[in-house]
Write a protein that binds this ligand. Structure first.
Ligand code: SF4
Ligand code: SF4
Length: 56
């Protein structure tokens, strides 16, 4: 059940600094979560102003 960033991402970057393991980075037009690094803490989801991060 990894966390994932949807197309609603406006690339504000707020989530990137919330991740304790550095799993979030800028991708192609939006931010992305590296599923291999994510420990599913949920910190990023609460920080997203557009509600674009959810658990699959
Ligand atoms: S759920 Fe936690 S570990 Fe996973 S990307 Fe978000 S902040 Fe990082
Ligand atoms: S906080 Fe939300 S809108 Fe901002 S970069 Fe992250 S996923 Fe995109």
């Amino acid at each position: 059940m990894a966390f994932k960033i949807s197309d609603g991402c406006v690339a504000c970057g707020a989530c990137e600094g919330m991740c304790p393991v550095g799993a979030i980075s800028m991708g192609d037009g939006k931010f992305e979560i590296d599923a291999d690094k994510c420990i599913e803490c949920g910190s990023c989801a609460g920080a997203c102003p557009t509600g674009s991060i959810s658990q699959e």
